[in-house]
Design a protein around this ligand. Structure first.
Ligand code: NAP
Length: 506
């Protein structure tokens, strides 16, 4: 639908977000013959995080063969780890080929969604008008809202300042003095690119990450031709990558000793990239590998060792109009400040905007004990709400697209079940949700994310990991393979009974 047409007053299903998650949901709803749905997207294009993160060096650290839809293989990936423009082009191509784009409304932000008990509908206020919907599918992303550091004086900086996810391409970096705050997945891709063009780069490190080599490889023309002609071959290749990644899971979730080979690899990468013993010491991590995301790069350490780059490990005390000042009193003048300080992950901004049955928002509901959902997808007190990439669905080792497809499969089955049985609402019971999370958090206790001696964006203010999935991804997929109606309270126009799945399918 065109953006200057008014939004319809109501639809059956409203999807928020047009990244991998929202697009997947739209394609699959259409495939199921659903005709009455709409996707609202605050940006002006599909792509989500891959539309927004355009910083120099942006690329995916999960192999593209796996970091893509299983139903839309791409034989044309140019290399094992694709750069951002290629991933964004892929997402656009899939959207265009699927003929769903007429359901998308861009430049339209979901501002508030409130459950209306009387009509059993979501009332969603957007920047383009209000839409009522029977089901609300939220694919707003876990890494969508940039987090700026709270540093004294940052507002006084008179040079150019931008977050890694909001790169200002109008700024010429050539010969400039640049500071980068943060040494996470984004920073280690940015720093080597900055090193090539900037006059001087200061990298402000709070915690040293583990960085393993990036075994990138350009696909030959013959390989690409084979992938195109023999889809089964490409599928087998993807499957091989998938299982290779799954083998890493026990090292994260059962016994960190199993991750020792990865630690050796990272320390050898460090030794190869940096010869100065003092610099080596300062970038050597002090926690268990896997506790924070393991980063991949061949160029980060050599960039740090370059003459025009300084690693600064003294804490930042303040920022002035034209410099960063560290706690030891040293002032380092700069022209440009890049903050690569991550995203709001445990307090999802969308949670403030979604209000359930009793008027409380998801954020209110989660304030005391942290984010929690049933199977990372549905939430007690929020009928007919389906979250994609909800609480405890994140991964430290493999492709989020796999998780997204698993959740969309579950949501499709929920919608099918509702249609077949003429249910107006489905809502997970408090017991089902508690049981799911109790078991999940029990498993979480022994994971490296909890025991590895680091702080990370996986943990909320209470130290609880509400972001990651603590098992294998095939386990996740199996758990969500069919909509388990027995875990839900349902409301149907013609019955007050709460039938079990057996009764439903009998
Ligand atoms: P991040 O991993 O959260 O890293 C943020 C960095 O900023 C950390 O080094 C952190 O230090 C530092 N920091 C935060 N606040 C600070 C402050 N006030 N003062 C000084 N330092 C501060 O963020 P990110 O690098 O943007 O990556 C986020 C996630 O995005 C990744 O983990 C990954 O899932 C995804 N990502 C993926 C790719 C990919 O290739 N697929 C690329 C980029 C990002 P501490 O470690 O001490 O907290």
């Amino acid at each position: 639908m065109s953006n200057n047409q008014p939004l319809p007053a109501s639809v059956q299903h409203l999807i928020v977000g047009a990244g991998f998650a929202g697009l997947c949901a739209a394609i699959k709803l259409q495939e199921d013959g659903e005709t009455d749905f709409l996707v609202v997207e605050k940006g002006s294009d599909v792509g989500g995080t891959w539309r927004d993160n355009t910083y120099p060096g942006a690329a995916c650290d999960v192999p593209s063969q796996l970091y893509s839809f299983s139903f839309a293989p791409n034989p044309d990936w140019t290399s094992s780890y694709s750069p951002q423009p290629e991933i964004q082009a892929y997402i656009k191509k899939v959207a265009e080929r699927s003929n769903v784009l007429d359901r998308f409304v861009f430049d339209t932000a979901a501002e508030e969604a409130a459950w209306d008990e009387k009509t059993a509908q979501w009332v969603v206020r957007t920047s383009g008008g209000t839409v009522r919907a029977r089901t609300l599918i939220v694919g707003a992303g876990g890494l969508s809202e940039p987090k700026l550091p709270e540093i004294e004086g940052i507002g006084d900086f008179r040079g150019e300042l931008f977050h890694s996810a909001r790169w200002n391409h109008d700024i010429d970096l050539t010969g400039k003095r640049v500071a980068v705050i943060g040494t996470g997945a984004s920073s280690i891709q940015i720093v080597p690119e900055l090193q090539k063009v900037a006059g001087h780069v200061d990298v402000y490190q709070r915690t040293a990450p583990y960085v393993v080599p990036r075994n990138d490889r350009t696909y030959t023309r013959v390989e690409r031709a084979l992938f195109r002609r023999l889809p089964a071959l490409q599928k087998a290749y993807r499957t091989g990558i998938y299982w290779g990644k799954e083998l890493l899971v026990p090292g994260f979730t059962v016994n960190p000793k199993l991750a020792l080979p990865a630690k050796k690899l990272a320390l050898a990468n460090l030794k190869r990239g940096i010869s100065d013993p003092e610099l080596r010491r300062r970038v050597t991590p002090t926690f268990e590998i896997g506790c924070k995301r393991i980063l991949i790069s061949n160029s980060y350490y050599p960039a740090l060792a370059s003459d025009n780059v300084d690693l600064v490990t003294d804490p930042i005390a303040k920022i002035t109009g034209d410099a960063v000042v560290t706690a030891d009193g040293v002032e380092r003048p700069i022209d440009i400040l890049v903050v690569a300080t991550g995203f709001y992950t445990t307090e999802l901004p969308i949670a403030e905007k979604v209000r359930g049955r009793n008027g409380a928002s998801l954020a209110d509901t989660w304030r005391e004990a942290g984010m929690a959902a049933y199977k990372g997808t549905t939430v007690h007190g929020f009928p007919n709400l389906f979250m994609i990439v909800g609480p405890n669905t994140g991964l430290g080792h493999s492709s989020m697209v796999f998780i997204i497809e698993s959740q969309v499969q579950y949501i499709r089955d929920a919608i099918r079940t509702m249609g077949l049985n003429r249910y107006e609402t489905v809502e997970p019971t408090a017991e089902a949700q508690q049981g799911w999370n109790a078991s999940l958090q029990r498993r979480m206790q022994r994971t490296v994310w909890n025991t590895g001696g680091c702080s990370s964006w996986y943990l909320d203010a209470h130290g609880k990991n509400t972001v990651l999935w603590p098992r294998t991804t095939f386990n996740f997929r199996r758990s969500l393979s069919e909509f388990d109606i027995a875990a839900y309270d349902v409301q149907a126009p013609d019955t007050t009974a709460n039938p079990t799945r057996e009764e439903v399918t009998a």
